[in-house]
Design a protein around this ligand. Sequence first.
Ligand code: 5GP
Ligand code: MG
Length: 179
Amino acid sequence: MMEEDMKEILYTKEEVAARIRAMGEQLTKDYAGELPMVVGVLRGSFIFMADLVRSIQTPLELDFVAASSYGSWAVSTGKVEMRLDLEKEIMGRHVLLVEDILDTGRTLSKLVEELKKRHPASLKLCVLLDKPERRVTEIEADYVGFTVPDEFVVGCGLDFNQKYRQLPYIGILKPSIYE
Ligand code: 5GP
Ligand code: MG
């Protein structure tokens, strides 16, 4: 079982579900009457995004972008590019960018820079996890599910070599798995 590969479970399935529901309630209030464009960053955000939008009670539209970064998680080169673009224009729209984790901040900094050029009415960031200790760019999320320590986590969309994304909890992977 995949659970054997975990050093520790940081947040259980129930804790994650409850936190996402609470975030959805907050977003429902904050975006009431605004028809936000909720933009997920593929692939890591897809599970969080699916749970999040089902907890938002006000009308919204969905789209996705993808970013590619060169180098591995451990040895990031810092070069990030948008690899899949939005289908629709976002000028004048309220955009909520949804990502699995804000780590060094390079990915979201680049995406925010690209999207701001298109003059959205507003652009906010919503992440399931925030790992502030690793930040190298000046960026903070407007909505954060959980703040996590500087450890490699998986589950709820977060992978290691494309695996473990389907785990319904957030776990710290045993270093022996990736070393
Ligand atoms: P950034 O460093 O640009 O903020 O984050 C880039 C990407 O690195 C995230 O979208 C995520 O895919 C990956 N990442 C960062 N920290 C972790 C982690 O602890 N676990 C996993 N699975 N991916 C991570
Ligand atoms: Mg990612």
